[in-house]
Ligand binder design. Structure first.
Ligand code: ATP
Length: 295
């Protein structure tokens, strides 16, 4: 999606050429101040409006006064060193943290201007609108068909078998899997390859017609070919869905996202157009991370 010409570290353990010239010579922000994010954290057409969000696990403050908009139909990547809070923040978007007893979320989190954390909110409905794909493919130990049909069935999206069949086929097609599995829909999903399982999990997420898909390191368990297929899929899905992806791969963030958000020790340090983050970031810490000086 983005053609980049800076030196991005090949992976976070490999040091890159940090002497590469910067595209701009403007001084970089250097300090990290809680609640202060450089770049463009806000958007005109916000799907999510997140303001002054803190997340605690017991006494540990894992997210520190973060404010961010996520625009409709954008792909935004969350990057940053291990433990900086990417997954914690992602999981706030569909209340996946609710199941962790010690976890407490404060601040204002809105989806289409409605409070995500309103105690009266139906969390099952929220998670149908804001689907999730996890790091490790986690298909149910059932058939390929049943994996995709389960959600639409429990949400009452199909009245007849023919309607359900259509949803299953369309979801598998959108996930780029139909041709590979159409002749073995009754086969057990756990017998598929890892990459196929992950695309099945994506088909399962989109079968309930979500508006947003959250992806937490969706390719970390996949080989490069399966990763390329999932990345192609993200580009296709971005035409219809808002996608938030946590990734440790800067190349992946550069390939698939429109904006990139850089997290550091629970702070949201910088958000910018992805091409800018990887060519001329506004913050020193972002630059250090993308050039592989730490991470
Ligand atoms: N279930 C949990 N219980 C207690 N603390 C947690 C829990 N999950 C995360 N944390 C803590 O919250 C902080 C942020 O963790 P989180 O997993 O969100 O970071 P991350 O940036 O996604 O890391 P990684 O890239 O390693 O997955 C860390 O200090 C972590 O130890």
């Amino acid at each position: 999606m983005n053609t980049l010409n800076t030196t991005i570290a090949q992976d976070t353990s490999v040091k890159a050429d940090t002497d590469a010239p910067r595209a701009e010579s403007k001084p970089l922000a250097g300090k990290v101040e809680e609640g202060v994010t450089v770049g463009t954290p806000f958007a005109d057409d916000a799907k999510f409006k997140l303001r002054n969000v803190d997340v605690f696990y017991g006494d540990n403050r894992a997210i520190k006064d973060i404010s961010l908009d996520i625009a409709r139909n954008e792909v935004i990547a969350f990057i940053g060193p291990s433990g900086c809070g990417k997954s914690t923040f992602l999981r706030c978007l569909n209340r996946m943290n609710d199941s962790i007893d010690s976890c407490r979320v404060t601040g204002s989190l809105q989806l289409d201007d409605v409070d995500i954390y309103d105690p009266k909110r139906d969390v099952v409905e929220l998670r149908a609108r804001v689907g999730m794909v996890f790091q490790k493919p986690n298909p149910f130990p059932k058939s390929i068909y049943e994996n995709v049909a389960y959600g639409p069935r429990i949400h009452g999206l199909a009245n007849r078998k023919a309607e359900l069949d259509e949803i299953v086929e369309n979801s598998l097609r959108k996930a780029g899997l139909w041709d590979e599995v159409k002749d073995r829909l009754d086969a057990t999903a756990t017998g598929m390859s890892g990459g196929q399982q992950q695309r099945l999990c994506i088909a399962r997420a989109i079968a309930v017609s979500p508006e947003v898909v959250l992806m937490d390191e969706p390719c970390s368990a996949l080989d490069p070919i399966a990763t390329a297929k999932v990345e192609e899929l993200i580009a296709e899905l971005s035409e219809s869905y808002t996608i938030v992806i946590v990734t440790h791969s800067m190349q992946q963030a550069a390939r698939v996202s429109h904006r990139t958000a850089y997290f550091h020790l629970g702070n949201l340090v910088e958000v910018n157009e992805t091409s800018k983050v990887f060519t001329s970031p506004d913050h020193e810490l972002t630059e250090s991370y993308i050039t592989g000086r730490f991470g």
